[in-house]
Design a protein around this ligand. Structure first.
Ligand code: ARG
Length: 584
C-alpha cells in the first residue's frame, strides 16, 4: 500500500481508541474514517483533520473532551508506536500534524529499488475493471476526439493495471449504425458486381463514405432506400464485414503507433442480447410505450431514453444497456469506465440512472459495481475553433502522428544526433518524442477543459512537455552512466540516507508516487499524475544543484537516489503511455 494508506492505518487505530469514551454519545463516531491530507511542509508531511468533525458530533454532550484540540491531543497520544512517524503535534483548533521519519522514507526507497516499483502499488477493492475507450465508428474518420479517448483511456487502464486490477480494454466500435445502410446501398448501386471486384470497389473508404453521404443528402429516394437498408442489415453481412475490415486496419495503424492495445467487441456484438435485456427491464416496469417507440422515463430529465425506435430498430442506448448487462453478468467487471467527449454525458447519466433503478448497480455510489463516465473537452485549433486542417477537413490522425514524429526527427538531426546514432536509434527516439509529446499535451490538461493543439508548444524542450521530461530523465541516466559504477550492484549493497534537506524533500516526493496514482484514479484525472511527474523533475533539479553526486562522500546513496528518481519517472511515463529513453 501507499505511504498515505500506512499513515491512515495508524490513525484508524488511534481514532478507534480515542473515540471509545464517547461512543455512546454518538454511535456514528465509531466508524469515522481517517481524513489524511498533504500538509504545509512548514508544519509536517501529513495532516489528520478529524478532530473538528468529531467535535461537532459530540459538542454540548458530557464527555472528557473539552474542545477539538483535546480530541487532537488524544489522537496523538493514542497513535500506536511505529517506525513510520517521527513526531505528531496538534496545531490550532485540532489539526494533527505528522512528520514522517526520514529513515522510514529512506528504507522505503531501498526496498523499492530491490523489489521493484510494483511493490508500492496501492490496494484497490476490486479485481476486474472494464475500460471502454477509443471506440471509433466504422467507415467514418477516426477524429481527434477518438485520439483523446484512446490516450486517456489507455492511461487510465495502465494505472488500474499498476494497481493489480485486471482490465478489459474494450473498443466499443460503432459498427452497427445508420451509416451502413447508406454505404451498402451506395456500394450496390455503384458496383452491382462488387462481389467480383472485392474491396477495390470501395477503394479509399473515406472518399467512398463522402460520396455516399453526398448522395444520401442530395437524393431523397436514395436516402429512403438507405434507411430501409439498415433494417435489412443482416442480409448484407458479407459487405458489412469487408467494410469493417478495411476500417479496422486503418484504426490499427493508429493504435500501433500509440502502442495501445484494445480488444474489440463492437456494437454489433451486443445486438443479439438486446431483446432479452429489454425484457428484463420491462419486467421491472421500466419500459413504457410512447408515440410508437419504447422508452424509459428518467426522473429529472425532460426527454425519456428511447430504447426501441418507432420503426422497431434498436439504437445506441439499447446497445449500451445490453453491453452493460453483458459486462456485469458475463464478464463480471466491477468498475465500468466509459471514456468519451462530454457531449455524451447526458446519455450516460440517463442510462446509469435506469440501470440503478433496475437494481443492476447499487444506489450508493460508494459501492461496487460502479459505472463512471469519464468525459473530456474538445481539441481546438489555433483559431480557438474545433481542430481542422487548412482545407477545413477533419484531421487524419495518422498524418498528425507522422508529423509529430518527423518534427522530432528534425530536432534530433539539428542537435547532431544523426552522426552519433544508428538509424534505428534515431527512429525510436523520434517516435518516443513525437508520440509522447502529443499524449502528454493531452493528458496534462484537466480532461474536462478544451485545449489548443499546438506542435511548437508540445515539442518545446523547455516548457511543461514530454520532450522536457524525457530530457530530464535521460540526464539522470547519464549521471549514473558517468559515475562508472555498477548500479545493480549498488542496489544490493548500498543504502540511501537523506541527510540534506533537498534529499529528504526528493525522497518524500518519490515515496508519494503510489498515492498519486490512487488520487488520479479516484475520479480518473491523468493530469494529477502529469503534475506529479513535472514536480518530480523540479524537485530533482533542486537536489542535483545543491547536492554533489559524483565524487562526493555520499556518492553511493546519491546515485541510488538518482536511480530511484529515474525508476519513478519511468513508471510515470509508462502509466502515461510514453516511452522513456536512455539517452537523448
Ligand atoms: N462510438 C462512440 C463515438 O464515437 C463512442 C462509444 C462509447 N462507448 C459506449 N459504450 N457508448 O462517439
Amino acid at each position: 500500500g501507499s505511504v498515505r494508506q500506512q499513515v491512515s492505518r495508524l490513525l484508524r487505530e488511534s481514532l478507534h481508541v480515542s473515540l471509545q469514551p464517547v461512543a455512546e454519545l454518538d454511535p456514528s463516531v465509531v466508524d469515522v474514517e481517517p481524513l489524511v491530507a498533504i500538509c504545509n511542509p512548514r508544519f509536517g508531511d501529513y495532516q489528520c483533520n478529524n478532530a473538528m468533525g468529531i467535535w461537532s458530533k459530540i459538542r454540548g454532550k458530557p464527555s472528557s473532551y473539552r474542545n477539538p484540540n483535546s480530541i487532537g491531543q488524544a489522537i496523538v497520544a493514542n497513535l500506536p508506536a511505529s517506525t513510520l512517524i517521527e513526531s505528531a503535534t496538534v496545531a490550532g483548533p485540532g489539526f494533527v500534524n505528522l512528520v514522517l521519519s526520514t529513515s522510514y522514507i529512506a528504507q522505503r526507497l531501498d526496498q523499492m529499488l530491490i523489489q521493484g516499483i510494483g511493490s508500492w502499488a496501492p490496494v484497490l477493492p476490486i479485481q476486474r475493471a472494464l475500460v471502454d475507450f477509443s471506440s471509433p465508428n466504422i467507415a467514418k474518420e477516426m477524429h481527434v476526439g477518438h485520439l483523446r479517448s484512446t490516450i486517456i483511456g489507455d492511461s487510465l487502464a495502465r494505472m488500474l493495471e499498476y494497481c493489480h486490477v485486471e482490465v478489459l480494454r474494450r473498443n466499443h466500435v460503432g459498427d452497427w449504425g445508420t451509416q451502413f445502410g447508406m454505404l451498402i446501398e451506395y456500394l450496390f448501386e455503384e458496383f452491382p458486381n462488387w462481389e467480383e471486384i472485392g474491396e477495390q470497389a470501395i477503394g479509399d473508404l473515406q472518399a467512398f463514405y463522402k460520396a455516399a453521404k453526398q448522395k444520401f443528402d442530395a437524393d431523397p429516394a436514395f436516402k429512403e432506400k438507405a434507411q430501409q437498408a439498415v433494417v435489412r442489415l443482416q442480409r448484407y453481412h458479407v459487405a458489412w464485414e469487408s467494410i469493417c475490415d478495411i476500417s479496422r486496419r486503418e484504426f490499427d495503424l493508429v493504435y500501433k503507433r500509440l502502442n495501445v492495445t484494445l480488444e474489440e467487441k463492437g456494437e454489433s456484438f451486443y445486438n443479439p442480447y438486446i431483446p432479452a435485456v429489454l425484457e428484463k427491464l420491462s419486467e421491472k416496469g421500466l419500459i413504457e410505450e410512447s408515440d410508437g417507440a419504447k422508452v424509459i422515463r428518467i426522473e429529472g430529465v425532460e426527454y425519456p431514453l428511447i430504447v426501441v425506435k418507432r420503426d422497431g430498430g434498436y439504437n445506441y442506448a439499447s446497445t449500451d444497456l445490453a453491453a452493460c448487462w453483458y459486462r456485469l453478468n458475463v464478464e463480471r467487471a466491477e468498475w465500468l469506465v466509459y471514456v468519451t467527449d462530454i457531449g455524451q454525458a447526458q446519455h450516460f447519466d440517463m442510462w446509469f440512472k435506469a440501470v440503478k433503478r433496475a437494481g443492476w448497480l447499487p444506489v450508493n455510489d460508494n459501492d461496487y459495481p460502479k459505472a463512471k463516465h469519464v468525459g473530456f473537452g474538445l481539441v481546438l485549433g489555433a483559431d480557438g475553433k474545433r481542430f481542422r486542417t487548412r482545407s477545413s477537413e477533419v484531421v487524419r490522425l495518422i498524418e498528425l502522428l507522422d508529423e509529430a514524429k518527423s518534427r522530432s526527427m528534425q530536432g534530433l538531426v539539428e542537435r547532431g544526433r544523426e552522426g552519433e546514432w544508428t538509424a534505428e536509434e534515431l527512429e525510436h527516439a523520434a517516435e518516443a518524442l513525437g508520440y509522447g509529446a502529443i499524449k502528454y499535451a493531452d493528458l496534462k490538461n484537466n480532461r474536462l477543459t478544451n485545449y489548443i493543439f499546438n506542435f511548437d508548444q508540445m515539442l518545446d524542450v523547455r516548457g511543461n512537455t514530454a520532450v522536457y521530461l524525457l530530457y530530464a530523465h535521460a540526464r539522470i541516466r547519464s549521471i549514473i552512466r558517468r559515475s562508472g559504477k555498477n548500479i545493480e550492484e549498488l542496489k544490493q549493497i548500498g543504502t540511501i540516507t537523506l541527510d540534506h534537506e533537498n534529499e529528504r524533500q526528493l525522497g518524500l516526493h518519490l515515496v508519494q508516487f503510489a498515492e498519486i496514482v490512487e488520487d488520479a484514479l479516484a475520479e480518473f484525472y491523468p493530469n494529477i499524475l502529469c503534475e506529479y511527474l513535472y514536480n518530480l523533475s523540479e524537485v530533482f533539479t533542486k537536489f542535483y544543484s545543491n547536492c554533489t553526486v559524483i565524487g562526493s562522500e555520499q556518492e553511493t546513496s546519491r546515485l541510488l537516489i538518482c536511480e530511484a528518481t529515474s525508476t519513478v519517472m519511468r513508471e510515470c511515463f509508462k502509466l502515461l503511455g510514453i516511452t522513456p529513453l536512455e539517452r537523448l
